[in-house]
Design a protein around this ligand. Structure first.
Ligand SMILES: N[C@@H](CCC(=O)N[C@@H](CS)C(=O)NCC(=O)O)C(=O)O
Length: 236
C-alpha cells in the first residue's frame, strides 16, 4: 500500500487531484494549507514544491508536483479507475497527455488572469483590460467545449474522465467570478451531472469544510484584499 499525502487549499485546482484520488479509491492524507498564512512559501513546503503551489502529492516520501503529472501518474497506477481512457498506442497516450496539458497550461492560466488580473500588468488601471481579454479567451475555449459536448455528456463522449473534473473546476472558477454561464447550457448540464458523482460530492464537502475552517481562523482568501495589496506593492 502506498503512503499518499495531498497538500491542497480549498477551491484550488487541487480539487481535481482530490477527485482523482477518490475515484481511484486510494487512501490518502489530505493536508490543508493556508495561502494567507503563507504556508506555501514556508521552507518546509518549498522543500516539497519549490514553486510553492498546490496540488503537491507526496508518494512514499517523494513529492510529485504539477497537476497533469499527478493525474497522469494516478491514471497509470490505477488504470481500473478509468481516470483516462485506455491508450493502445504511444500516439493515443500522447493525445491524452495533450488534453491534460491543455487543461493545465491552456485553460488554467486564463482562470488566473480572470481572477487576479492585477498580477499580470503593472498599471492598476489596465487590470480591467487584462480581465476582459482573459474572459474573451475563456469564452472562445468554452465555445469549443460546448460544441464537443453535443456528441456526448462527457469530454470523451459516453465515458467520464478526469478531464471532465478539470474542465469543471475551470468552469467553477470563472463562473464564480462573473463569467455569464447562460450561453453554455451543455456546460451547465455537465456541471450538474459531475456534481452528482459521489467522489465529487465528497470532495466538494471537504473543500467547503476547509474554507469554513480557514474563515474561522481569519485565513479566508480575499481577492479584493490581494488586489489592493498588489496595487500597493505589498503582495508577492
Ligand atoms: N502548474 C501548476 C499550477 C498550480 C497552481 O497554480 N496552483 C495554485 C492554486 S490553483 C497555487 O498553488 N497558487 C499559489 C500561488 O501561486 O502562490 C499545476 O498545474 O499544478
Amino acid at each position: 500500500m502506498m503512503d499518499l499525502t495531498l497538500y491542497y487549499a480549498p477551491d484550488t485546482c487541487a480539487r481535481v487531484t482530490m477527485i482523482a484520488l477518490e475515484e481511484a479509491a486510494l487512501p490518502y492524507d489530505a493536508r490543508l494549507i493556508s495561502f494567507v498564512r503563507g504556508d506555501h512559501r514556508a521552507d518546509w513546503f518549498r522543500t516539497l514544491n519549490p514553486r510553492g503551489r498546490v496540488p503537491t502529492l507526496v508518494i512514499d516520501g517523494a513529492p510529485l508536483t504539477e497537476n497533469m503529472a499527478i493525474l497522469h501518474w494516478l491514471a497509470q497506477v490505477r488504470p481500473e479507475a478509468g481516470l483516462l481512457p485506455e491508450a493502445s498506442s504511444a500516439f493515443e497516450q500522447a493525445r491524452l497527455l495533450a488534453d491534460l496539458a491543455w487543461c493545465a497550461s491552456g485553460l488554467h492560466p486564463i482562470v488566473t488572469r480572470m481572477r487576479l488580473p492585477h498580477f499580470f500588468c503593472d498599471q492598476p488601471d489596465a487590470a480591467a483590460n487584462v480581465r476582459a481579454l482573459a474572459e474573451a479567451a475563456m469564452i472562445a475555449e468554452f465555445r469549443t467545449i460546448e460544441a464537443r459536448l453535443a456528441a456526448g455528456p462527457w469530454w470523451y463522449g459516453e465515458r467520464w474522465s478526469i478531464i471532465d473534473a478539470y474542465i469543471n473546476w475551470i468552469w467553477f472558477r470563472v463562473t464564480g467570478c462573473g463569467l455569464d454561464a447562460s450561453a453554455f447550457p451543455r456546460l451547465q448540464d455537465h456541471d450538474r451531472r459531475l456534481s452528482d458523482r459521489p467522489s465529487v460530492r465528497k470532495v466538494l464537502d471537504v473543500h467547503a469544510a476547509a474554507s469554513r475552517q480557514l474563515a474561522e481562523q481569519g485565513l479566508a482568501v480575499n481577492f479584493d484584499t490581494i488586489a489592493s495589496q498588489v496595487s500597493q506593492g505589498k503582495a508577492a
